[in-house]
Design a protein around this ligand. Structure first.
Ligand code: AMP
Length: 379
């Protein structure tokens, strides 16, 4: 019997960013207490949590102290060493389990797992040396993308290779460690499936979401995807298979490239609520964050039904270049929801918040999301 943690219980979160913040908002609404653990203080999650622990993920004694004060642990970002998850798992349930973290935090392990269960992937080769990179380029062809195997996100630790002569510079650029060379996919679209799996194996999903990236960072998510109908069932089945094989309890996102002729290729997997799922906070019966609360606590999943079309636009630190954005101007759009993460330092590329526009059609929601974001710059 898996233990159920009822409202009134305490949920621990490893990590303290905006994902943990929105998780904590949902958890507290349901009557749970939340403790967050990360190396930083005064964090987006800490502002909402009942208790903010400040410590290194490698300080296993303090991680154990944290684990003793909570009933279950989840995480909001996957770059936590598996030793940390193991130390916690010896004391309380960690959901999803540490093994999920271990597989998905390393691109080579993740691709190996996905290939073994038959997921469609772009051609790739593991690369451990410059010589291996030259060999891999001769096999995969150009253009290609070299990515560090571990600790990369939002395009960090990536380098595009246009011709074999670029190999030496690319190898230097990614730091010359364990890497993966991937064929460059000339995709028509990018998409994702955000789904939840309960401890009883139940499954809920938000359909196919359409994602538009800018400089490798998610810029816009459309719910539903404008091209989705024919691809949705296949994409959802891939997500379901991945979650079943990983025995995930929690929310997971599968990011896809939609290549020529509608062929789906899995780009990567994130075993947690995802930026592309933020729309669900406002347009779903049960948001991805509430699903995560329910799943990690062992409660039944909620209804993931979409209540109306919606479009999310990220607000990056760049918007602060000319001073504080004009919040009142964006709030003049009555169908637009403003989310800010409580970060005080606005650096270029840093995710500071997002806007979600709700409308009867996804095209209308897109127009309003873009107009309201532009309005932030009105003086
Ligand atoms: P990642 O961190 O691997 O998700 O990469 C961030 C973004 O870079 C993706 O969402 C794509 O827009 C782009 N990208 C990454 N890998 C590839 C690839 N193999 N082919 C084309 N674009 C890519």
């Amino acid at each position: 019997m898996q233990r159920v943690i009822l409202p009134g219980g305490t949920i621990g979160v490893l990590g303290s960013g905006q994902l943990g913040r929105m998780f904590a908002i949902s958890a507290r609404r349901m009557g749970y207490l939340v403790h967050t653990y990360s190396p930083g203080g005064d964090t987006p999650t800490g502002h909402i949590a009942d208790k903010e622990w400040v410590g290194s993920y490698d300080d296993l004694d303090q991680v154990r102290d944290f684990a003793r004060e909570v009933d279950v642990i989840s995480f909001e970002f996957e770059n936590v060493h598996s030793a940390t998850a193991e130390a916690a798992e010896a004391i309380v349930p960690v959901r999803p389990r540490g093994e999920v973290l271990h597989i998905t935090q390393n691109r080579l392990r993740e691709k190996g797992f996905l290939a073994a269960i038959g997921c469609p992937l772009p051609p790739y080769r593991p690369v451990h040396s410059l010589e291996a990179l030259h060999k891999a380029i001769s096999e995969v062809g150009c253009p290609a993308v070299l990515k560090t195997a571990g600790w990369g996100y939002d395009g960090k630790g990536q380098c595009k290779i246009m011709a074999p002569e670029d190999c030496d510079a690319a190898w230097q650029a990614v730091g010359g460690g364990e890497s993966v060379l991937e064929a460059f996919v000339d995709f028509a679209h990018e998409a994702s499936v955000v789904a939840a799996r309960g401890i009883d194996g139940s499954f809920a999903h938000y359909g196919l979401l359409e994602n538009i990236h800018k400089h490798h960072i998610l810029d816009i998510t459309l719910s539903p995807a404008r091209f989705g109908t024919a691809l949705e069932a296949e994409a959802v089945e891939i997500a379901r298979a991945i979650m079943e094989k990983l025995e995930v309890a929690g929310v997971l996102c599968v990011e896809f490239f939609v290549a020529a002729k509608g062929k789906l290729l899995v780009n990567e997997v994130a075993p947690r609520p995802h930026n592309s799922g933020h729309v669900t906070f406002d347009n779903a019966c049960t948001s991805q964050f509430e699903q995560q609360v329910r799943a990690v606590c062992g409660l039944p999943l909620g209804d993931s039904k979409r209540l109306c079309p919606a479009v999310m636009t990220n607000l990056l630190g760049d918007l602060w270049a000319q001073g504080e954005p004009n919040w009142a101007a964006a709030c003049r759009f009555p169908n637009v929801k403003l989310h800010l993460y409580g970060k005080t330092e606005a650096r270029p590329g840093r995710k500071m918040g997002h806007l979600t526009a709700l409308a009867p059609s996804v095209d209308q929601a897109l127009a309003d999301a873009l107009l309201s974001r532009e309005a932030l710059l009105a003086r």
